[in-house]
Ligand binder design. Structure first.
Ligand SMILES: [Zn+2]
Length: 76
C-alpha cells in the first residue's frame, strides 16, 4: 500500500512542521521602519528616523502646532 504510506508520511511531515514553528517566532516588522526613509512631503528630503513611525518629518507631520495661537499681538 504505497498510497497509505505516503499519506502517513504527509501527516508526519505536517506534524513535524507544526511542531517546529515556535509561537515566539515573529516576523520582523521592518517593512515600514527601514532606514533611508525620507519625508513624504513634496520637496522635503529630510531623512526620517528609523524609529519614527510617521511618514513625514516632524516639521511636516500631521500634528498641529499652534505657533500663532497664544502669540501676543504686537501693536505699535
Ligand atoms: Zn518634511
Amino acid at each position: 500500500m504505497a498510497l497509505a504510506n505516503r499519506v502517513a508520511e504527509d501527516q508526519m511531515t505536517s506534524q513535524a512542521v507544526v511542531g517546529a514553528s515556535k509561537p515566539g517566532h515573529l516576523p520582523r516588522p521592518s517593512k515600514s521602519f527601514s532606514k533611508g526613509r525620507t519625508c513624504a512631503a513634496p520637496g522635503c528630503a529630510k531623512e526620517l528616523s528609523q524609529y519614527n513611525r510617521r511618514e513625514k518629518c516632524w516639521a511636516h507631520a500631521d500634528m498641529k502646532v499652534p505657533r500663532l495661537r497664544g502669540r501676543p499681538t504686537v501693536t505699535y
